[in-house]
Design a protein around this ligand. Structure first.
Ligand SMILES: NC(=O)c1ccc[n+]([C@@H]2O[C@H](COP(=O)([O-])OP(=O)(O)OC[C@H]3O[C@@H](n4cnc5c(N)ncnc54)[C@H](OP(=O)(O)O)[C@@H]3O)[C@@H](O)[C@H]2O)c1
Length: 288
């Protein structure tokens, strides 16, 4: 005899199960429309999440055509193919669509004005998605960090093992966001869309608490020192004018996240808590 509680837990388990197919460049090159169509036909997804792109601002500045190809034309290809099959698209985008002059931060309604090729290409990608596919979520985020891949946190740890003195910019403000936290947000949005939430459009999400690269670097090193004896003795704050990079970066990258709270009930998580968790997981995996 199956009681109600068992029936309910069986149903819930089925509903909790999401099957995620992660396709790399070999399996679905987003610059090739035919490859996208073939992959969508094969997997028949309920949603597509576009995480692909050229995401180094400096590389984009060196090769703006490639940035346009991967960040704008690829988004257009995906939006076109998804539109043909009525599949909603979640398109990740960036704080770099803004010029960074608003010290108080940016809402989704504020004017965009990218400072360089990376922001230009992402903004063009957003425009294609809006134009071609009404059922879209454009999710702008900032300063992603993770315990894998190539990102600021892991590059910082690598540097801290090699050098006793490090420098970090202390006059650009933004909000670090853990990739894990962003995945949680995307999942929450998809669940609510699946339940009929009619909330298509552009949203901001980033971790809670504004900091600088210097502030974030100090937090990463302090968290990592609980697990590893790093070589670095001191991190010195520097002005962005003394830390020249190919791409110009916004002075304030703060994304205001009120709209996503109102539409989906998604509240910003403090990046410091996410950082502690990620560092713990990172040191659980790596052998030093
Ligand atoms: N990183 C940040 O701080 C940050 C901040 C704000 C917003 N975002 C946004 O978040 C999203 C993810 O960024 P990320 O930093 O996680 O990116 P990432 O680590 O650089 O990953 C980009 C991925 O795109 C893949 N890719 C490149 N060309 C492709 C192609 N032709 N076809 C299919 N896949 C291709 C890459 O594969 P390969 O490894 O094979 O090249 C890579 O796995 C982007 O939309 C970005 O604009 C990032």
């Amino acid at each position: 005899m199956v009681n109600q509680a068992q029936r309910l837990s069986g149903l819930l388990n089925r509903m909790l199960f999401f099957s995620v197919v992660a396709l790399n460049r070999k399996l679905m090159d987003v610059t090739q429309p035919a490859k996208i169509v073939a992959a969508l036909d094969k997997h028949l997804p309920d949603y597509v999440i576009n995480c692909a792109g050229l995401n180094s601002a400096d590389r984009a500045e060196r090769d703006p055509q490639r940035a346009m190809l991967l960040n704008a034309e690829a988004a257009r290809n995906l939006a076109q193919a998804c539109g043909d099959l009525s599949i909603p698209l979640i398109q990740l985008s960036t704080d770099y669509v803004f010029d960074g002059h608003y010290a108080s931060g940016y809402t989704e309604e504020d004017d965009t004005r990218p400072l360089g090729a990376y922001g230009e290409s992402k903004l063009q990608g957003e425009a294609y998605v809006r134009q071609l596919l009404p059922q879209h979520i454009i999710l702008r985020t900032s300063w992603l960090f993770s315990d894998r891949g190539d990102n600021f946190m892991l590059r910082l740890l690598a540097e801290a093992r090699e050098h006793s003195l490090m420098h970090a910019v202390d006059d650009r403000r933004g909000c670090p966001t853990s990739a894990f936290d962003l995945a949680r947000v995307v999942l929450s949005i998809i669940k609510q869309l699946s339940c009929g939430a009619d909330a298509w459009g552009t949203y901001h999400y980033c971790g809670a608490e504004v900091t600088t690269r210097y502030g974030f670097s100090e937090a990463v090193i302090a968290a990592a020192r609980q697990y590893e004896d790093l070589k670095v003795d001191s991190i010195q704050p520097v002005a962005s004018k003394d830390y020249v990079t190919e791409a110009q970066r916004p002075a304030t990258s703060v994304l205001k996240c009120g709209k996503i709270l109102n539409a989906f009930g998604i509240r910003q998580r403090p990046w410091r808590i996410e950082l502690q968790r990620l560092i713990r997981e990172y040191y659980g995996q790596v052998r030093l």
